[in-house]
Design a protein around this ligand. Structure first.
Ligand code: PBG
Length: 325
């Protein structure tokens, strides 16, 4: 055959394959989400998320220490709040003696070197299970911002390095930036959940936190999965309002959205490889239907290849262990 171009030449050996490799995932790219629960000496399995646990603070601190040794330096804790502490206004979210704020202070006291991303959203604390204040079945935008402002300020005071609003209310990035700046927290950053879709892939996370909406769905604030131009509008707003990082969530069904934001914005793009994406790989690999480790690597790499520099992923620890071995 007279074939001049033979792409297979660059795949002939491990060495040439490594030399021509275009995309790498490093443990430095990863943020590890963790679940925090009340009490002591608790490590409660989450059925739909094998290897992930609801941890009491003592265990959470141990887990972070182990992860630091593996090279993971960025963490995003989420709290599981007891049902009787939830109310319509998520007041527990800015109780300085509450579970989450106490944990933030402790984490930063023990490990000042980590970068701590704190979750700004009402749903873990809301008796309605929504990310906003509910009145007559409607989610109130501007009233919700005031709650988010109090929450973000309390988190900054507790030591958060970056606050991460995951609620999708309009104007929240600008509002939080103003609240933080007015209180002297100009160095606290904002990781904006810029394009957060109304997705079926959040189920295991809501199991872990008991945070599922008590009625209806989140379609009046989370985005329609069909839309990518709308993601550009959200990104323009978040950029203009002062976001430091723009995030797409979920990751794998939205690689095109990651790529679009990457190509159109100069801020680093993050992607949230969410609970359902994690659960799918875990479930199929437990059944022996796919090689879980290879599938993990392939997925994380594809998220990086699409243009995300930062990946929030429940695979962070497993990935770092694999790198070490
Ligand atoms: C909501 C929030 C969600 C997740 C984190 N914060 C989604 C939701 O419940 O609507 C999902 C993360 C995951 O699935 O891993 N503030």
């Amino acid at each position: 055959m007279n074939i001049t171009r033979r792409p297979r030449r660059n795949r002939q050996s491990e060495v040439i394959r490594n030399l021509t490799e275009e995309t790498q995932v490093s443990v430095k790219d990863l943020i590890f989400p963790l679940f925090l629960t009340e009490g002591q000496n608790k490590k409660i399995a989450i059925a739909s998320m094998p290897n992930m646990y609801r941890l009491s603070l003592d265990y959470l601190l141990k887990e972070i220490e182990e992860c630091i040794d593996l090279g993971i330096k960025a963490f995003a804790p989420f709290p599981q709040i007891e049902e009787d502490l939830k109310d319509a206004y998520a007041k527990e979210s800015y109780n300085p003696n509450g579970l989450y704020l106490k944990a933030i202070r402790e984490i930063k006291k023990h490990f000042p070197e980590v970068c701590l991303f704190t979750d700004v959203a009402m749903d873990p604390y809301s008796s309605d299970g929504h990310d906003g204040i509910v009145r007559n079945g409607q989610i109130l935008n501007d009233e919700t911002l005031e709650v988010l402002g109090k929450m973000a300020l309390a988190q900054a005071e507790a030591g958060a390095d970056m606050v991460a609003p995951s609620d999708m209310m309009d104007g929240r990035v600008g509002y939080l930036r103003q609240v933080l700046d007015n209180n002297g927290f100009t160095n606290v950053g904002i990781l904006a959940y810029t394009a957060k879709y109304a997705s079926a892939f959040y189920g295991p996370f809501r199991d872990a936190l008991d945070s599922a909406p008590k009625f209806g769905d989140k379609k009046t604030y989370q985005m329609n999965p069909t839309n990518v131009k709308e993601a550009l509008i959200e990104a323009e707003l978040d950029y203009a309002e002062g976001a430091d990082l723009l995030m797409v969530k979920p990751a794998l069904p939205y690689l095109d959205v990651i790529k679009t934001l990457h190509d159109n914005f100069h801020l680093p793009i993050a992607a949230y490889n969410v609970s359902g994406e994690y659960a799918m790989i875990k479930a199929a690999s437990e059944k022996g239907w796919i090689d879980g480790k290879k599938a993990m690597l392939e997925c994380l790499t594809s998220i990086r290849r699409a243009g995300a520099k930062i990946i929030l992923t429940y695979f962070a620890k497993e990935f770092s262990l694999l790198q070490k071995s």
